[in-house]
Ligand binder design. Structure first.
Ligand code: AMP
Ligand code: GLY
Length: 423
């Protein structure tokens, strides 16, 4: 098969690394890709939401399967675009159709879905510019901290957690009236704060059947001890040690099963990954969000633990025969530590040369915001590279990631030295 991966992060490099190992994969393309994918596939300089350019590429290169990395093309309906086009409709697309991608595209849609299907989640109400005052009154009935969520996609920045009631009211107004997050904050979901520890559960579905992938825990804050601004993710660990078999069973029964059957009942066509963000409150799982794609950097620890041929799994998703696949998981732990540009997630400089890659031993360096220029690998984004290792325990894996990071350098390089600190 000729396969195209859409995206340019560490997640997409990991997909490329895994797909490349499949005997079913003939030619592999990544659009737009990065320095990591350039070394194992052919990068094509096309944006992930430029559907016409993607169509041309798919026809020119006789692509049989498209694997969609990020959420934007899914929420904009790339799968529907393929199904509606006579020249493209036989191409397999891994990712949900637009109606189902609303689970990530709209927080309100996701909350309504959870309530309708009795899936445990935080109590909430949603507001728009016409009922800001009601929103403020609702805030007064809650205890701090206050959780405000822009309804639409806001590049991971749309969730505010505030301790002060007046500040929460001011932010609510700024989101609804002053369009703090543009279109994305035309509606705001105000939700009960859940106190507990976070983990993510990844599910593959063909729309009928499902398979659960290993759990992972992501470290979202920029600073050690989980302090400072939210980022796309600074590191990840899989499996999550506190996710015992009993707790996983609860997640499957209370969350995964009703989610998959809810997709069917609501006629939401889904062939792809469901990323379920959870908080463990006491001993109960509660859903904080759905994402309609894999996580980044969670992919960098989940896929290395999957023993199956990923292309075979994707074919089964397309044919709705996922029930015939036996998912096999590597018993070892995997960890990843993200190297970022100094200043990220606020402003930072790009174009710094990355050195030391040839000295790495026994790790998987997944490139993210890095490109090749004049024969050198230079930084091109905030999150630059995820250094993944295996170990018998997560501490052993982390030690290996950190020992190798000591050999790497780029000007302003920063990373968290405490990934896994809370486990
Ligand atoms: P989300 O984009 O919905 O994943 O939210 C971003 C982050 O905000 C999550 O990873 C959680 O750390 C936090 N968060 C979201 N919703 C809640 C909630 N109801 N209670 C506590 N923390 C939350
Ligand atoms: N690491 C969180 C995400 O991919 O959304």
């Amino acid at each position: 098969m000729n396969i195209l991966i859409l995206g340019s992060g560490g997640r997409e490099h990991t997909f490329a690394w895994k797909i490349k190992q499949s005997p079913l994969c003939e030619a592999l393309y990544v659009a737009p890709g990065n320095s990591g994918t350039a070394a194992i596939a052919e990068n094509v300089a096309i944006g992930v939401t430029d559907f016409q350019a993607i169509k041309k590429l798919v026809l020119d290169k006789k692509i049989d399967m498209v694997v969609v990395g990020p959420e934007d093309p899914l929420v904009q309906g790339i799968h529907d675009f393929f199904l509606k086009d006579n020249d493209l409709k036989s191409v397999l697309v891994i990712g949900p159709e637009k109606a189902a991608a609303e689970l990530e595209g709209s927080k309100e849609f996701a909350k309504e879905f959870m309530i309708r299907h009795n899936i445990p989640t935080a109590a909430y109400q949603s507001f728009n510019a016409s009922n800001v005052e009601a929103g403020c009154q609702f805030l007064e009935t809650l205890k701090p901290p206050y959780v405000l969520k822009a309804d639409g996609l806001a590049a991971g920045k749309g969730v505010l957690i505030l301790n002060d009631l007046n500040q929460a009211k001011a932010e609510l107004k700024s989101m609804l009236v002053d369009a703090k997050f543009g279109e994305a904050s035309t509606k705001v979901v105000i939700e009960e704060f859940l106190d507990g520890i976070e983990l993510s559960c990844f599910v593959l579905t063909d729309g009928k059947n499902y398979k659960i992938l290993p759990t992972a825990k992501d470290y979202k804050r920029i600073g050690e001890g989980d302090t400072g601004l939210n980022t796309g993710g600074m590191g990840a660990v899989s499996p999550v040690p506190f996710a015992t078999p009993e707790f996983l069973n609860k997640i499957e029964e209370l969350v995964v099963k009703p989610t998959i059957s809810g997709l069917q009942k609501d006629n939401l066509p889904y062939k792809g990954f469901v990323f379920i963000g959870l908080i463990k409150v006491g001993n109960e799982p509660k859903v904080i969000e759905y994402n309609v794609r894999m996580g980044d950097p969670e992919t960098e620890v989940v896929l290395p633990r999957l023993k199956n041929d990923l292309v075979e799994v994707f074919q089964a998703i397309s044919n709705q025969t996922l029930d015939t696949i036996n998912i096999e998981i590597d018993e070892r732990a995997a960890t990843t530590v993200m190297l970022v540009s100094g200043g990220y997630p606020e402003s930072y400089e790009k174009g710094k040369e990355i050195t030391g890659l040839n000295k790495l031993v026994d790790v998987l360096p997944f490139h993210a915001g890095a490109i090749v220029k004049e024969g050198k690998i230079i930084t091109s984004g905030g999150r630059v590279m995820a250094i993944t290792s295996y170990g018998n325990t997560y501490s052993e894996a982390l030690k290996k990631s950190y020992q190798n990071i000591d050999k790497l350098h780029f000007d302003t390089m920063y990373y968290r030295k405490d990934i896994g600190f809370d486990l």
